[in-house]
Write a new protein. Structure first.
Length: 431
């Protein structure tokens, strides 16, 4: 039995695709082993959203070869899609495949000879997608279900449309069956993912929507907990807000990318909304669901972001009832308009601004945590630790540690929040 290992960088879509490749490998007769163990084949599923992730992808390729000098190294994912010629010069790489070719991994491995092979299609010409077959997600208590891929937006900083292709959706019934499959496997939570999740269904015939998918799944109560991945601000309608607030199975948690709180920077980013629109949306969401966990993404140091623009955006974030935000220092991506924009912000200034934003995010998170002290929340137990504590995740995305409790993993319990310990809450099971 040949041994194969997988390393995954990047988004939930990548995680889902790695899980699907792992399952296909097991069915083919491979033994899937952990990173660092002896393996005949090492698959690195890469990311290219920033220069840092490019560098991390290269580091992981080199590490795989050091740990397994005789292994065949396979590189796939967004970095492989965007820069196969860079990767082909790296020693030990036997196979480079793009995002579309992930479905063909086992077929390509069967044909792999001594010569290096590259198979990276022009993803801009891919206009349909089908469901990736994934019957189990054994390494996790939560399951990710990819229902959409690609993106039709053209944000000026973003390489994703170039490496993921145009927006395309899994069929509505296929998506619902994917949720049912995970439910039959015993998962308590399914996370719906996509590159541009809010565009789900718009390319189908007849057209569908994310709202229709959520409504069908929620009415049928297919799974106890259904969570959304990232959704763009302009795609959150009043009907979707109502469904999120009232749906018995939909987790009260939304990640809505903002990218900047200053209108001039938003326009330069080619984002199709203003800070005023975003503030009004947040007000509607928090009015409908007061305990909703709201997160966002922010880019620090976009070209042309003056000190005044940064301060404006910083104060905008200060005023919003956000629970956290992910901060990304601007990283120029070759082939995007932002890569050639004038008025680049010096690296030292970008670093300083990113640090200030991360500090603000930490204070927001602390305030959100404090609002739950003494309250009861539903927690899905995810792991039992060696110290006897259980750890789990609430419906509104709170990480909760429960000292000395024997609740089995993958069980949802009611927990009273008693304290805060760094990046997690502490609680006791009440029922």
């Amino acid at each position: 039995m040949k041994k194969i290992s997988f390393v995954t960088l990047g988004c939930k879509t990548n995680q889902f695709e790695s899980a699907a490749m792992m399952e296909a490998a097991r069915k083919e007769g491979y033994q899937v082993v952990s990173t660092g163990e002896a393996a005949d084949i090492c698959v690195i599923n890469t990311c290219t959203v920033t220069a840092r992730t490019d560098a991390e992808s290269r580091r992981l390729i080199r590490r795989a070869l050091r740990q397994n000098p005789a292994a065949r190294i396979v590189v796939t994912g967004c970095y492989a899609q965007s820069a196969p010629d860079e990767i082909r010069t790296m020693p030990g790489v036997a196979l480079i495949i793009g995002n579309t070719e992930k479905r063909e991994l086992l077929h390509l491995l069967r044909k792999l000879g001594e010569e290096q092979q590259i198979k990276v299609a022009d993803i801009s010409q891919v206009h349909k997608t089908g469901p990736l077959i994934l019957e189990t997600f054994a390494e996790h208590t939560r399951a990710f279900l990819q229902v959409q891929n690609g993106c039709d937006s053209r944000c000026s900083y973003c390489i994703v449309p170039h490496v993921r292709g145009p927006s395309r959706s899994v069929g509505l019934n296929d998506a619902l069956e994917g949720i049912r499959t995970f439910a039959r496997q015993g998962f308590q939570e399914v996370v719906l993912t996509g590159i541009h999740l809010g565009a789900f269904g718009l390319d189908l015939s007849p057209p569908s929507s994310l709202l229709e998918l959520l409504s069908r799944a929620d009415r049928e109560r297919i799974v106890p907990r259904l969570r959304l991945g990232s959704v763009e601000p302009t795609e959150i309608s009043a009907e979707l807000i109502e469904r999120i607030a009232a749906g018995p199975t939909i987790c009260p948690h939304l990640h809505i990318p903002l990218q900047s709180g200053e209108d001039g920077v938003l326009a330069a980013m080619n984002r199709p909304y203003t800070s005023g629109f975003f503030r009004e949306l947040v007000d509607k969401l928090t009015a409908a669901a007061p305990s909703l966990c709201l997160g966002t993404d922010i880019i620090a140091g976009f070209p042309g972001e003056t000190e005044e623009a940064f301060e404006c955006g910083y104060h905008f974030l200060e005023e919003l009832p956000l629970a956290y935000f992910h901060v990304f220092p601007f990283s120029p991506r070759q082939g995007t308009p932002a890569a050639t924009m004038p008025d680049r912000v010096p690296a030292a200034v970008i670093k300083k601004r990113a640090e200030a934003l991360r500090t603000l995010s930490s204070s927001k998170k602390r305030a959100y945590f404090e609002s739950f002290l003494g309250r009861e929340v539903l927690v899905l137990i995810q792991e039992k630790r060696k110290d006897g504590n259980s750890k789990g995740l609430s419906r509104n995305y709170l990480s909760v540690s429960i000292p000395g409790h024997g609740t089995p993993v993958n069980t949802e319990v009611t927990v009273r929040i008693t304290g805060i310990d760094k990046d997690q809450l502490l609680g006791v099971v009440v029922r």
